[in-house]
Design a protein around this ligand. Structure first.
Ligand code: ADP
Ligand code: MG
Length: 341
């Protein structure tokens, strides 16, 4: 037995996943894509099946002092459905695992499942199973979603081509800024419980953090417009990090225009108040769960009038060179942040 101990922080999240991936090869002919995209791809004969799982831990991903359990239930489903959307798929069934400590009452569990139910209705999926167990370290939620996609409609992270247009849905940075505001108000409250939270006029960014949506609406709309993206990913870690995944897996580079980044007015205001850069929040703030996708230039006319879609840049043929074209006409490299231990 080797006595060597390597810190996980020396690899980071993506390095660790790569290491797991390298040590494991799929053997079944129906396992089409394993580790490395937003969802696993399984050959079902006529169609592809899609399978994805994500875990949320109290104290890491959510703080119950400001995160209502109903919203948590909704978010747990939405962020998993978002990975199915990122494959251009349709979600169908979910399983939900929960680990609870004795701090939680039956009513608290009811509240969580109200959110789960609402999300299941919104995304037209059925809750078909899960697991319930005890926890010594607060609430743990683990959700898996199964979905399907036509074989000729599947969209991987690896299909982007030089010259393709880079598109993003909705707006960016709001979820991260909402979290910063909620954490600030929590500190204020802890210091003085008589203080009232100052969250007026900040409902949109707070909602972006507490109640994200999976963009199934846009998946349907681009299909109706007759457009098939060449590559797609959902924005869980931030545009910088997730665009780098598309570029490295497609063997391409990209240019993003600072002035094209969609940022809501409330996000601008929140960033100013928090003394943060709205551009940094848009590039590196995670958890927006919008879709980032590439389309051939011929698709432009077909989706240019969709107000939910912004054209933020284009794909280049320089592998892994991902640049931000600033308002001052400089081009600076965009670097990933991702999860670090
Ligand atoms: P996403 O943010 O889209 O959920 P992740 O960055 O979490 O994607 O994961 C990227 C890929 O790595 C996915 O294919 C996921 O299934 C896989 N993956 C993540 N963690 C593990 C693990 N512990 N074992 C096996 N595969 C993993
Ligand atoms: Mg994803």
């Amino acid at each position: 037995m080797s006595q060597t101990r390597t810190e996980i922080s020396s690899l980071g999240e993506f390095g660790l996943i790569q290491r797991i991936n390298k040590g494991y090869k799929t053997t079944r002919p129906d396992s089409i894509t394993g580790i490395g995209d937003d969802a696993a791809v399984i050959d079902l004969g006529d169609e592809f099946g899609l399978l994805t799982t994500d875990m949320l831990l109290e104290g890491v991903h959510f703080d119950l002092s400001f995160f209502p359990l109903k919203h948590l239930g909704y978010k747990a489903i939405a962020i998993n459905v978002s990975d199915i959307a990122a494959m251009n798929g349709r979600p169908q069934q979910v399983t939900v695992g929960i680990a609870l400590s004795n701090r939680f009452s039956v009513e608290a569990v009811d509240e969580f499942y109200e959110g789960v139910k609402l999300a299941c209705k919104d995304f037209n999926v059925d809750l078909v199973g899960g697991d319930t167990t005890s926890s010594r370290s607060g609430l743990i939620v683990s959700v898996s979603v199964f979905g399907k996609v036509a074989k000729d409609k599947i969209t991987y992270r690896h299909g982007a081509k030089a010259g393709d247009l880079l598109c993003v849905t909705g707006d960016l940075g709001g979820a991260y800024l909402g979290l910063q505001l909620l954490e600030r108000e929590k500190q204020v409250y802890l210091a003085n419980p008589n203080m009232q939270p100052e969250l007026e006029g900040k409902d949109y960014v707070i909602q972006r953090q507490l109640r994200p949506e999976a963009r199934m609406d846009v998946v349907y709309e681009i299909e109706e417009a007759g457009v098939l993206p060449t590559a797609m990913i959902d924005l869980s870690d931030g545009l910088a990090s997730d665009l780098l995944h598309i570029c490295s897996q497609s063997g391409v580079g990209a240019v993003v225009f600072e002035d094209k980044l969609p940022i809501d007015d409330q996000s601008f205001l929140a960033a100013t108040e928090l003394k943060l850069s709205p551009i940094t929040a848009a590039l590196n703030g995670g958890e927006d769960y919008e879709l980032l996708f590439t389309v051939p230039q011929t698709a432009y006319d077909l989706i240019k009038n969709n107000p939910k879609i912004s054209f933020v840049g284009y794909i280049t043929d320089t592998p892994n060179e991902v640049l931000l074209h600033t308002n001052g006409d400089n081009r600076i490299p965009i670097t990933a942040q991702g999860w670090q231990q």
